[in-house]
Write a protein that binds this ligand. Structure first.
Ligand SMILES: [Zn+2]
Length: 168
């Protein structure tokens, strides 16, 4: 019952907002970390669970439309983290897919079909996983470097002040 309630709570956008619930910004609990990762892999804002964070499949917005989290955390090379996660996931899919096919079809491995299928997977997987890789990296980064008021942009028209509740 408790686990089911917890899983259901991860689908609700504002069920576990890290901005409001962090009493100690240096410590994230395991359940909060899992929530951030789950939101990230679903291409939602890891902080609040809202979206969309993309104006098209590859173009990420500058801030979360709900909580105003600056999605690159003010770093010009932030895309490298998503790129790395995307590469790792794509390569793992190819290795695991190839290995599983060989194991289950041995000794009659369809080598030609397997080769072309893995080439297709190698090209398609990074394209399909790209947005999730970026938001997943943002989630990992928020776990390792928890949110600070400086990571939040002010509401539109406001020049960078912290949102209510986080300011002095
Ligand atoms: Zn957000």
């Amino acid at each position: 019952m408790g686990a089911a309630c917890y899983l259901l709570s991860m689908f609700r956008p504002d069920s576990n907002p890290t901005v409001d619930s962090q009493s100690d910004p240096g410590q994230l609990g395991l359940s909060q970390a899992a929530t951030l990762l789950f939101r990230g892999i679903r291409r939602r804002c890891p902080n609040c669970g809202h979206g969309p964070l993309f104006s098209n499949w590859v173009k990420m917005k500058e801030t979360c439309p709900n909580c105003q989290l600056v999605l690159d955390r003010g770093e010009h090379d932030y895309f490298l983290g998503g790129y790395t996660i995307n590469l790792i996931v794509a390569e793992l899919l190819v290795v695991l897919g190839g290995t599983a096919t060989m194991v289950f079809t041995w000794p009659d491995v369809p080598w030609t079909l397997l080769t072309w299928a893995l080439v297709f997977l190698m090209v398609l997987a990074p394209v399909l996983f790209y947005p999730s890789a970026k938001t997943l990296f943002l989630a990992v980064d928020l776990i390792l470097r928890p949110l600070t008021p400086g990571d939040l942009a002010g509401p539109p028209g406001d020049s960078g002040s912290a949102p209510p509740g986080l300011g002095a």
